[in-house]
Design a protein around this ligand. Sequence first.
Ligand code: PLP
Length: 433
Amino acid sequence: MEPFHYQDHQLYCESVPVARLAETYGTPLYIYSRAALLEQLQAIQHAFAALKPLVCFSVKANSNLSLLQLLAEHGSAFDVVSSGELHRVQTAGGDPGKTVFAGVGKTDAEIKAAIEAGVLMFNVESEAELEAINQVALSMGRVAPIALRVNPDVDPKTHRYISTGKKQSKFGMDIERAERVARHVQALPGLEMIGLHMHIGSQITTVEPYAGAVAKGVDLISRFRAQGHPIAWFNMGGGFGIAYRGPEAKAISDFAKVIVPQVESTGCRLVLEPGRVIAGNSGLLVSRVIFTKTSGEKTFLIQDAAMNDLIRPALYESFHKVWPVSVPAGLPAPPADFEAEIPGTAPCDVVGPVCESGDFLAKDRPLPPLHRGDLLAIFSAGAYGMVMASNYNTRPRAAEILVEGDQARVVRRRETLDDLLGPEQEFLKPHAG
Ligand SMILES: *Cc1c(COP(=O)(O)O)cnc(C)c1O
């Protein structure tokens, strides 16, 4: 059974009606399916089993503590980009020894915290960072394990904001310079280079970019080893794409087919850093229509989820399926093809209450007639959704719910206005009068 599915015109998460969760916990509301999260994690673990992979869930995609705990309990390792994320992993019971630390701007304090925690390795993005880690490690009397992050200069054919493996990207270092940088590592006694890291971008839906990148990586590993570096880990990063519209993404097993044989030839263990492919379609956002409004030709559905809850449409022009939680009789479950004419629908802009024209979740989207109080599901919101939520317009952030079978539990309560005002309130001057 699909974790999110329609039955008798009603949307369910596993065995729980989404409308009931909206009634109980209010909207906007993030809802995750435990079965979906684990199914995706296990699909990756199985597809790459030959390489004894360390599947490091990318915490930046969804950092809810209970989700991290669930994934850790099922063998997930973690990829973090700040000491805040590392602290979350530790709080959720994740193993720092199975955590990789990436990011272009690690501070000395973060490096120190990560060495103290005993992270598996740092993914190093620049020569300046090598010096910094070396210094901090030496000051602590330690040797820090590292992997060099290299740009294989392949085009991942994804949105320019989430493409990272090309030469002009701020991430990693050029492949031509990597050998010289690796030689320099030997002069830094606080470092031991045990891995190669590549992450070529996000929402990658074809296998060719991986095939090209992994081939370059295999070659580079032999050159690193020739210099004497004990390279034991090949980190291919994350980036596996998911279906936002329809069947646009490749199966995980298709990515494995091009990656496994080549990495196997190096004898390295594989690290993967999947985020979106685990969490993206394991969660959705539910909102409630506040008003409908017609202006010229346009129909606007003004509902209570906004860009502060889900910024991806405004930030990356991303597409999220939007469909009513209760489907009027005669209309299908979310259509497979959103480009085609759908009888009984009219194009709508789905917008939030925030005072920005960029505050939309969908534009010109076919939807059946909806009314004040109706519920909408915004699909594929489990990754890069809640983690990017803000309090813009002093809007408390949504609650998050985790569903397991016919049970649902809160994994983050809805924020209150006290939560928002707290850090400022003590600095108010006494009220006049
Ligand atoms: C963002 C990121 C990931 C996760 O990317 P997904 O597309 O969500 O799989 C993994 N590794 C690094 C270094 C990243 O920056």
